[in-house]
Write a protein that binds this ligand. Structure first.
Ligand code: SF4
Ligand code: SF4
Length: 109
C-alpha cells in the first residue's frame, strides 16, 4: 500500500507595515503587543490622522509571524507577507537590482 502524499507546508508569513497607514507613536499598539520586540518607530511622515510623526517598521529577521500586530492594528495597516518574497527581494537588491515595487518592500531598501 502506497503512502499518502505529504501535504506541502504553507510558508509562514511575517508582518509588513504600510508606513502610509501607520499613525505611529500616538498609537504604538503593535509595539506594545509584539512578543519579540521587533517593531520600532522610525522617521517622520504625515499619518492617516493628518499629523506628522514617526511610523513603525518591522525587523524581518526577528519577526516570528505570530500575527498579534496585524490582528490588533487599529488602522489595519499591517499585512502578513511571505518571508520567501522578502528574501528573494533582498537577494535581488544585493545583486545590484533597483527596487521596483514601491509600497510593499519600501522598508527593505
Ligand atoms: S498598531 Fe498599526 S497604526 Fe498603530 S503604531 Fe502599529 S502599525 Fe502603526
Ligand atoms: S507578527 Fe508578531 S513577531 Fe512579527 S512583528 Fe507582529 S507582533 Fe511582532
Amino acid at each position: 500500500m502506497s503512502e499518502a502524499p505529504k501535504k506541502a507546508r504553507k510558508p509562514r508569513p511575517i508582518a509588513y507595515i504600510d508606513p502610509q497607514g501607520c499613525s505611529g507613536e500616538p498609537c504604538s499598539v503593535c509595539i506594545s503587543l509584539c512578543p519579540v520586540d521587533c517593531i520600532d518607530l522610525v522617521g517622520t511622515h504625515r499619518g492617516p490622522d493628518g499629523h506628522n510623526h514617526g511610523f513603525c517598521v518591522v525587523d524581518y529577521d526577528r519577526c516570528t509571524g505570530c500575527s498579534e500586530c496585524w490582528k490588533f492594528c487599529p488602522w489595519e495597516t499591517i499585512y502578513p507577507i511571505i518571508r520567501q518574497e522578502v528574501d528573494e527581494f533582498r537577494y535581488a537588491i544585493d545583486d545590484g537590482a533597483e527596487p521596483t515595487s514601491g509600497a510593499i518592500f519600501a522598508n527593505l531598501k
